[in-house]
Write a protein that binds this ligand. Structure first.
Ligand SMILES: Nc1ncnc2c1ncn2[C@@H]1O[C@H](COP(=O)(O)OP(=O)(O)OP(=O)(O)O)[C@@H](O)[C@H]1O
Length: 209
């Protein structure tokens, strides 16, 4: 049988923050296939750190990752064009409005789709905020703007850290619809979600730390 490589594979990925010798992520080897994957674990088990490593935001001290044949460390620019991330922190470029930020990101990500962004803007009820600087918006609204943009970039890997947090009912329903579609579409795209809250749908895989 031919050896088909995993869509995403981490190999012995390891990371310690500079203020501590303890490895928060220690020799993490994991394979992922496209679809919706739920990453779970107790507080402090390194879920957010893992997402930041996979996003290329933190540099591992050891180990590697490979996404659709592209190596995180050897081909960093190509790799980062294939990944989008939404975390708890305010999105970068918070002096831009949601519309300006998406226009800027669209120039960096080859599969960014404006029609899809507009659908997410409607789904999250963001129309009134399109032209206001992100930093003037509420935390929840900033989060929704970050989600709308990241979803519309259509990167092969989308990393979402606690995406259900602080969402109103309408936005929650929209996001659950998007996650459900990711689980069922069969597309060559991986949505890796860290969430303490129940996703409210069945993912393709669940990883427990
Ligand atoms: N910027 C940082 N500097 C130093 N230590 C950090 C930093 N960020 C996280 N840590 C530490 O790394 C460990 C793992 O944190 P991380 O946020 O990755 O875990 P988590 O599983 O996502 O936690 P939670 O479920 O509470 O969100 C914790 O002990 C945390 O204190």
């Amino acid at each position: 049988m031919p050896n088909i490589p995993a869509f995403l594979r981490t190999e012995a990925l390891s990371y310690a923050y500079s203020n501590s010798a303890r490895r928060v992520v220690d020799l993490w080897s994991q394979t992922f296939e496209p679809g919706l994957v739920w990453l779970r674990g107790p507080n402090g088990s390194g879920k957010s750190t893992r997402l930041k490593l996979l996003a290329g935001m933190l540099q591992p001290q050891y180990g590697s990752a490979r996404l659709a044949g592209v190596d995180l460390l050897r081909q960093p620019l190509q790799y980062r064009r294939m990944v989008s991330f939404v975390g708890a922190e305010p999105p970068p470029f918070e002096h831009l409005s949601p519309a300006e930020r998406f226009a800027f990101l669209s120039g960096l990500y080859p599969d960014a789709d404006r029609a899809s962004w507009q659908a997410h803007i409607e789904g999250f009820g963001l129309q009134p905020f399109l032209n206001q600087p992100l930093r003037t918006l509420s935390t929840g609204t900033q989060h929704k703007a970050a989600l709308a943009a990241a979803l519309a970039l259509h990167t092969p890997l989308l990393l979402l850290d606690e995406p259900l947090n602080a969402l109103d009912a309408v936005s929650l329903a929209h996001l659950r619809g998007v996650l459900g579609e990711a689980a069922n579409s069969g597309a060559e795209r991986l949505l890796l979600v860290v969430s303490h809250e129940d996703l409210g749908l069945t993912p393709n895989a669940c990883i427990e730390l």
